[in-house]
Design a protein around this ligand. Structure first.
Ligand SMILES: NC(=O)c1ccc[n+]([C@@H]2O[C@H](COP(=O)([O-])OP(=O)(O)OC[C@H]3O[C@@H](n4cnc5c(N)ncnc54)[C@H](OP(=O)(O)O)[C@@H]3O)[C@@H](O)[C@H]2O)c1
Length: 273
């Protein structure tokens, strides 16, 4: 079966399953091996941030395969002035040991106006230091603002909380993003690992001869416009997660999931950072 891909506004494509790195570093060697195994399996998008302290670990993981990896990093809101964004990007490039970041995001909304941060992001893109830029933790009204800015329609993604227990974005942000052809990047797709013992997930996993984790990921990635970025610290977990790409949930599965984890029926303000 040919791998389905997600297309960014600039035409670049990635596998709908990427790899997170928040809280990595405690089992560094194992985590680097896990990220490298993920790349081999096609999970080339690796998510990091200046906040995580994992950029050097990511740099080490991709040092001999930089061209295969799609690195996402983020500037902290407190650094996101015009000059501060540029300086933060330079520091990230240094830590990553690379001369470009594939996708550079504002981590969440801060005190600096979007216009200032976006101006810096656009210039970094024009200088070739980042290939594209995007946002994180922005709700619909803020995304509406972003796309009205000069070059704002080039915004490549919005990375937000999305998992079975946090479905609020289905009400408006996912439809808005589909309409504007901006892929959503779903963080904490496994609910930080806390959901996997749920009875209904075990039942659906049995039907597919799979695991609850794979079902959670297949569910997050079930639509055309969502990328899931689970964090997995071991090769075993990465290989387990990669198998979710082969699962197609049935109408019965989806209906059982909706009963256990109801879809939103009204606006729910974005949760997260
Ligand atoms: N933009 C933002 O504001 C933001 C916020 C939060 C997260 N993020 C990004 O999203 C990524 C993912 O979110 P997250 O780290 O919060 O949580 P998550 O991916 O939902 O869950 C991670 C947990 O799931 C476990 N896990 C992974 N694969 C597993 C498997 N196959 N079987 C059993 N357990 C498994 C991991 O254990 P092991 O580590 O032992 O494998 C870890 O404990 C982050 O790493 C980060 O890159 C972004």
């Amino acid at each position: 079966m040919e791998q389905r891909m997600i297309t960014f506004p600039d035409g670049r494509q990635v596998c709908p399953l990427g790899q997170g790195t928040y809280q990595m570093g405690r089992r560094r060697t194992e985590e680097i091996q896990a990220l490298r195994r993920g790349i081999e399996l096609g999970l080339t998008l690796i998510d990091t941030a200046e906040m995580y302290g994992t950029e050097d670990l990511v740099g080490e993981a991709v040092c001999d395969c930089r061209d295969k990896a799609f690195i996402v990093s983020k500037v902290l809101p407190g650094n996101a002035s015009y000059e501060g964004t540029k300086r933060a990007c330079e520091r990230s490039l240094q830590r990553l040991g690379t001369d470009y970041i594939d996708l550079y995001l504002l981590h969440w909304i801060g005190r600096y106006p979007f216009s200032e941060t976006v101006r810096a992001l656009v210039e970094l893109q024009q200088e070739g230091k980042i290939r594209s830029w995007g946002m994180s933790n922005l709700d619909v009204d803020d995304m509406e603002h972003i796309i009205t800015l000069p070059h704002g329609k080039d915004c490549a993604t919005n990375q937000v909380l999305y998992n079975l227990k946090d479905r609020g974005i289905e009400y408006d942000l996912i439809p808005w993003s589909e309409q504007h052809k901006i892929p959503v990047m779903a963080y904490t797709p496994l609910g930080e690992g806390r959901l996997r013992n749920h009875k209904i997930l075990a039942e659906i996993a049995r039907r597919h001869n799979s695991t609850s984790t794979q079902i959670m990921l297949a569910w997050v990635m079930r639509t055309q416009n969502v990328i899931a970025i689970p964090k997995a610290s071991s090769i075993v977990h990465v290989e387990d997660n990669a198998r979710s790409l082969d699962i197609s949930l049935t109408e019965e599965d989806l209906s059982d999931i909706d009963k256990a984890f109801p879809a939103p029926t009204h606006k729910i303000h974005l949760a997260g950072w």
